[in-house]
Ligand binder design. Structure first.
Ligand SMILES: NC(=O)c1ccc[n+]([C@@H]2O[C@H](COP(=O)([O-])OP(=O)(O)OC[C@H]3O[C@@H](n4cnc5c(N)ncnc54)[C@H](O)[C@@H]3O)[C@@H](O)[C@H]2O)c1
Length: 255
């Protein structure tokens, strides 16, 4: 794959799959804007990418919950490189983990302070929605572009504790992705959702069962995103693609 001259925005790019995608995209010749709220780590990672051969990286502090910051990120990419070919919405995660909720103190869903769920809904659902609204203006002018949303197996399974995460992910997987694809088609813009099962960006994900008896590697998810963006992936559009080792096909217990 060769992304020379292409421009991507990766959100949640200071760590995990957002960072790995940015590193891969630049190594394959593309320029990449890394967005995150973690300023120190972000700038370190940007410098590491720029110390290697390939495309250029720029880091921007961007809280995906803030529409003005999302627009500023879009504008920075356009002022640096003149266009945006691809946005990948990696920023996200379960609010109780990312907000450090004490699960013993707040043991059931209605006990968890509502602002925790506000945060989760905003990052996981409103963030991709805001990015779509902001970058579609640019992609419409270009008459070309791709938005890749990141869903989750939890959007299929649901969960009775951290309810905001499956709710938000299902909204992205089965709602937003189709909506963007419908709007974008007239302008040559595609939208696809990639929904992982357990991925080893954290060691504890190894304990989530899959049919294959293992969790996924971050690189396996990033490879799928790169394929969708590449010349070979151009007919993939408007759909949710599970990459979960067969977890969503696992048999249910009878008792
Ligand atoms: N790891 C898994 O097992 C798994 C499984 C299914 C889906 N996913 C999804 O994949 C995506 C990436 O997961 P990961 O494990 O690589 O993530 P991660 O936790 O390693 O990284 C998330 C990044 O998002 C950033 N972030 C948090 N709040 C933000 C905000 N408001 N604005 C911008 N950036 C923000 C964090 O600083 C962090 O760098 C997430 O959307 C996650 O829900 C992950």
């Amino acid at each position: 794959m060769d992304f020379t001259g292409k421009v991507a925005i990766s959100t949640g790019a200071a760590s995990g799959m957002g960072l790995l995608f940015a590193q891969n995209f630049a190594a394959l010749g593309g320029n990449v804007l890394l967005c995150d709220v973690n300023e120190t780590v972000l700038q370190e990672k940007v410098a590491e990418i720029n110390a290697k051969d390939g495309g250029r990286a720029v880091g921007v502090i961007c809280d995906v919950r803030d529409y003005a910051q999302v627009c500023a990120a879009r504008d920075r990419a356009v002022s640096e490189w003149g266009r945006i070919d691809l946005v990948v919405n990696f920023a996200g995660g379960t609010a109780y983990r990312m907000r450090g909720v004490d699960r013993e103190k707040y043991s059931e869903f209605p006990d968890v302070p509502i602002d925790v769920f506000d945060w989760g809904l905003d990052v996981n659902l409103k963030g991709p929605f805001y990015f779509a609204h902001a970058v579609l203006k640019q992609m419409r002018e270009q008459k070309e572009g791709l938005i890749v949303n990141i869903g989750s197996i939890m959007g299929v399974e649901g969960e009775g504790y951290g309810m905001e995460y499956p709710t938000a992910k299902a909204g992205v997987m089965y709602g937003l992705t189709k909506c963007i694809a419908q709007y974008g088609a007239a302008y040559g813009i595609r939208c696809v959702c990639v929904s992982p099962g357990p991925v080893l960006t954290r060691p504890n994900m190894a304990s989530m069962p899959t049919l294959l008896g293992r969790a996924g590697q971050p690189q396996e998810v990033v490879d799928l995103v790169l394929f969708i963006a590449s010349d070979k992936g151009q007919f993939i559009n408007g759909d949710n693609i599970m990459i979960d080792g067969g977890r969503s096909a696992m048999p249910r217990e009878w008792s």
